[in-house]
Design a protein around this ligand. Structure first.
Ligand code: HSE
Length: 416
């Protein structure tokens, strides 16, 4: 008999409990042994729950049961989740978590503690919801030298951007709908301002490059400035506006993580990943590119990843499979956004004749030594796929403003 406990009975925690009982026979078959959900920790009372007898308010009750081998944390937030998981590990209990805020802030410490106790610390659910990405990245793809990872990592903002484009829905209405579906964080700013996606790219970057990348080091811009006009102009130029979390390795060996809205051309699969779906593109020297996609938020998609980790941790108790990265003691290996070289999607404040727009942009590019071969333009926007550094981008914007084509809004362009 393998015994485990769940910490937190919110959206994800209750999903884990329900999923376990719904698919118990299959789960036990995969685990190779009978399993028992022995405790659910929550400070609230659930007297009418069918699992009422399993609830406890004290971690000590769980730690006192020496048959518990795995604890799944679905509480959210850094504390008390961090202290609780450290205590579990110190008691030789493996931990599983869906908590991206916790792993992005304290991953290196938790992984070190897990290793010291020959336990596992798994967090498949922390990035991409249902999508298997953590385990593939550090196991199946372990032989690669990674050059970049790009992701649509926040279901709420992807849902909002999609609703703005397809239904002409306002930002506020689309956010309210995402909240109703249970996708959004408790504090909507975590989604809308890019912090949630930032935590997730920190986790992927730490995993891929072996050093803890902290959220404070990452340029993060959300989707508040994206308008219906931007979404429509991008569509007219054969692309979509997406909140992209990325990390790229630079020629000088540093890495550049960032979260920002980008124009994604329709040739790239990411432009067609809609609604609550997430997508991760991994670029490595052996694989070229691999894409992973699936539901990035929601009760059961996230519970699926948590339960998968619980099965894995139960099966391999005291055999360390955890991925590992360390705190380098400095964030000098992380570059700032000024190091980004990218193309530009520009939406202008005034409409004009499409040919006039094309000519004006073409001249501004040529004046700065940039080819206009791949330029495309409409009446109120243009896409320049050619990569430019920040100084050249500013010069192009200035040259356009001088010609009477002031930018209402611009964003970087993702590769096709
Ligand atoms: N608020 C998050 C999202 C939940 O929308 O993606 C999953 O991490």
């Amino acid at each position: 008999m393998k015994k485990f406990a769940v910490l937190g009975f919110g959206t994800v925690g209750s999903g884990v409990v329900e999923l376990f009982y719904r698919n118990r026979a299959k789960i036990e078959e995969k685990a190779g042994a009978p399993m028992e959900l022995a405790y659910i920790l929550d400070l609230r009372d659930f007297p009418d729950s069918p699992y009422a007898e399993k609830f406890t308010k004290s971690l000590d009750t769980i730690l006192a049961d020496k048959d518990i081998t795995v604890v799944a944390e679905c509480m959210g937030g850094v504390e008390p989740a961090f202290s609780y998981l450290m205590r579990c590990l110190q008691n030789d209990i493996s931990v599983v978590t869906s908590n991206k805020e916790l792993i992005a802030a304290k991953g290196a410490e938790l992984l070190a503690e897990a290793k010291a106790h020959s336990c596992n610390c798994f967090f498949e659910a922390s990035v991409g919801g249902a999508i298997p990405i953590i385990r593939p990245l550090h196991r199946c793809l372990a032989a690669n030298d990674f050059s970049a990872i790009y992701g649509i990592l926040n279901g709420t903002t992807n849902y909002i951007l999609n609703k703005m484009l397809t239904d002409g829905m306002t930002f506020a209405d689309a956010l309210a709908k995402a909240q109703k579906h249970g996708y959004a964080e408790r504090e909507p700013s975590a989604d809308v301002d890019g912090h949630d996606a930032c935590r997730k790219i920190c986790i992927l970057a730490s995993l891929a490059f072996g050093k803890h990348v902290y959220p404070e080091s990452v340029y993060t811009k959300g989707i508040r400035e994206i308008s219906l006009e931007d979404a429509a102009a991008a569509d007219a130029l054969d692309g979509a506006v997406k909140l992209i979390a990325s990390v790229t390795r630079l020629a000088d060996g540093r890495i550049l993580p960032a979260v920002m809205p980008m124009f994604v051309p329709h040739e790239n699969l990411m432009s067609r990943v809609d609604g609550v779906f997430n997508c991760v593109e991994v670029c490595g020297d052996a694989i070229d590119r691999a894409y992973f996609t699936g539901r990035g938020a929601g009760k059961f998609p996230t519970a699926s990843a948590v339960m998968g980790d619980v099965i894995e941790a139960s099966k391999h108790h005291k055999t360390v499979f955890s991925q590992y990265w360390t705190d380098a003691g400095t964030q000098d290996f992380v570059a700032g956004i000024d190091a980004l070289e990218s193309g530009m999607f520009i939406r202008f404040s005034e409409d004009a004749d499409a040919e006039q727009v094309f000519t004006a942009v073409s001249e501004a590019l040529q004046a700065n030594g940039i080819s206009d071969d791949t330029l495309s333009a409409t009446t109120n926007a243009c896409v320049i796929p050619e990569k430019m550094n920040r100084t050249t981008q500013d010069a192009v914007l200035k040259a356009l403003a001088d010609k009477g084509f002031a930018a209402a809004h611009w964003m970087p362009v993702m590769d096709a």
